[in-house]
Write a new protein. Structure first.
Length: 545
């Protein structure tokens, strides 16, 4: 990536956003995204146009390189050399015009996202960009996705409306996400949620449509949950059920079927089913691809799986490494034929009883914050990413809601550039979502929240420092920032961690008092000291921290 210095120069508060005429939908979405996200942050309402202004007014020109060659050939010639890869883009300030040139339709969305991250945006119509901003960049990994499963089990997505899904998908795309993974109407979950604004299949259709408009790939995590796929009647039922989903969704690029968690089908029957499902899928989405994971397989089933893959079935596109895969990712890569790429399915959402648990997590956190707490873990996630980055072509993360929001962005950032400065990237994250005034402090706070979970809570005085970081931000926060759910989530964690430490110190002291009293039994009597100890311990409830 080429990035110049950050000296603010070009005022864009009255700029025109230009997308050449007859632009593909993702380019139109890139233009819309720029205008709407700028207005939310600055109150600048930038007009849209299909041609550059002729009066010297500043402009933001966005499109594919091939489009812009026709619309503004002189500007395109002045851009830095184009990066390779369909998701690559170039951004440059050329005089009073900012050019966003994507190698493809959706690359224009990523380029617009990059520009949004690198503009100074403040309320009161302050919108500027460094007049020497110049970038040419393409992602390292072709698959950079996240699962957004609309089902009752999750902590947030089941309450999302269509506009909320669009906003969240847009937020992810700004930081380079290029794939969204959906869950079908029937999964290992209840059929209904009291929060559903739409039936499951209808929301699936809507999110598929949104992804298509932004040019993002649509994956479906499709578990095979019926008991006996050796039974032709069961296979027939599954074919009809899945076909209805395939038929209704406007876009499907890939289907990923886990071998387990949920589901438990012997490999020979599972692969036979998926071959038939692939043929059904291709009736509606001819270029869509089928993937499978060996999750939950016994040692015998793993060997059978490897043997079946030696025949290199043509219908299979790739293999997924996820939770509960018996073999390590390096071993899986070694045993799976090279023709099949491997995609990761990392659990970024859980803290215990999971694929990547918090190491040495204090028991007080385990029993109170639990498995699915708000869990920004930037350094842990980077370590997990780097441990196996050379064995797979990308990822779609396993998520149960927005508790893991920061972790999603860490994976997207590293999926684009594994050598990215994570501290700098999270400062951009903070500035983009919370504003220039507190963005750097918010990023520091996210790292501090992760440090809260390091080592024994009783002696971790850093918890108080983290609390003060967020208290200071809270004091300075604008009304809009106080309503920002990302700020609320991190602020709540900082408060709760601090409260929990106070409680732990207090209740540990009560326990020590009770034990000290029990040691007086030989002098004052057992019944007396036991009663006193109970009274002392009861203060944890009657006089809580």
């Amino acid at each position: 990536m080429l990035l110049a210095s950050a000296a603010w120069g070009l005022d864009l508060s009255d700029a025109v956003v230009v997308a050449p005429g007859a632009s593909p939908m993702p380019v139109e979405k890139a233009s819309q995204m720029l205008r709407e996200e700028v207005e939310k942050r600055t109150q600048c309402r930038l007009p849209a146009s299909h041609s550059l202004p002729g009066d010297g007014r500043p402009a933001i020109l966005v499109g594919t390189t091939s489009q812009l060659r026709g619309a503004a050939p002189d500007l395109v010639r002045r851009l830095p050399a184009a990066p390779s890869g369909s998701d690559g883009f170039r951004v440059a300030v050329l005089g009073r015009t900012v050019v966003v040139a994507g190698n493809s339709d959706r690359a224009a969305v990523f380029g617009a996202g990059y520009l949004l991250q690198h503009m100074e945006m403040r309320r009161g119509k302050i919108l500027r960009v460094a007049d020497d901003l110049q970038a040419a960049t393409a992602p390292k990994y072709p698959i950079r996705g996240h699962q957004l499963g609309y089902r009752p089990k999750v902590n947030a997505y089941d309450a999302f409306t269509v506009p909320m899904f669009e906003q969240y998908i847009r937020d992810l795309a700004v930081f380079g996400t290029n794939a969204i993974e959906l869950i079908p109407p029937r999964s290992d979950d209840a059929d209904q949620s009291p929060h559903f604004p739409l039936p499951k299949i209808e929301m699936m259709e809507e999110v598929s449509r949104l992804c298509n408009e932004y040019g993002l790939d649509v994956w479906i995590w499709y578990p095979a949950m019926d008991k006996d796929y050796s039974n032709p009647a069961t296979v027939d039922f599954a074919l009809k059920e899945w076909e209805e989903v395939f038929r209704r969704l406007p876009r499907i690029d890939n289907v990923f079927v886990p071998g387990g968690d949920p589901g438990h089908t012997q490999p020979k029957y599972l692969l036979a089913l998926l071959e038939k499902q692939t043929a059904s899928l291709h009736k509606y989405h001819p270029k869509a691809r089928m993937w499978v994971s060996p999750q939950g397989f016994s040692k015998e089933w793993m060997e059978e799986f490897y043997q079946l893959l030696q025949a290199e079935p043509q219908w299979l596109a790739g293999v997924v490494f996820g939770p509960q895969v018996r073999d390590s990712l390096p071993e899986l890569r070694k045993r799976v034929p090279r023709r099949y790429p491997i995609r990761r399915y990392p659990d970024i959402t859980h803290s215990i009883n999971c694929q990547y648990f918090v190491p040495d997590w204090d028991l007080a956190y385990m029993v109170t914050e639990g498995r699915e707490v708000a869990n920004p873990r930037p350094l842990d996630e980077k370590a997990i990413f780097e441990a196996y980055k050379d064995y797979a072509i990308g990822f779609s993360t396993y998520s149960e809601g927005v508790n893991d929001d920061v972790n999603k962005f860490v994976w997207s950032i590293l999926g684009w550039d594994p050598n990215a400065d994570l501290a700098a990237s999270l400062r951009e994250f903070g500035r983009y979502f919370l504003g220039d005034e507190v963005g750097d402090d918010f990023a520091a706070g996210l790292f501090a929240l992760e440090r809260n979970w390091r080592g024994p809570l009783l002696t971790n005085e850093g918890v108080e420092t983290t609390f003060q970081i967020f208290r200071e931000m809270e004091k300075r926060a604008t009304p809009q920032m106080k309503l920002n759910w990302r700020f609320q989530q991190a602020l709540y964690r900082a408060y709760y961690d601090a409260y929990l430490r106070h409680r732990l110190i207090y209740e540990t002291a009560l326990e020590q008092q009770a034990l000290e009293g029990l040691r007086q039994a030989s002098r004052v009597g057992s019944l007396v000291v036991v009663e006193r100890a109970k009274q002392i311990l009861d203060k944890a409830v009657t006089e809580p921290a």
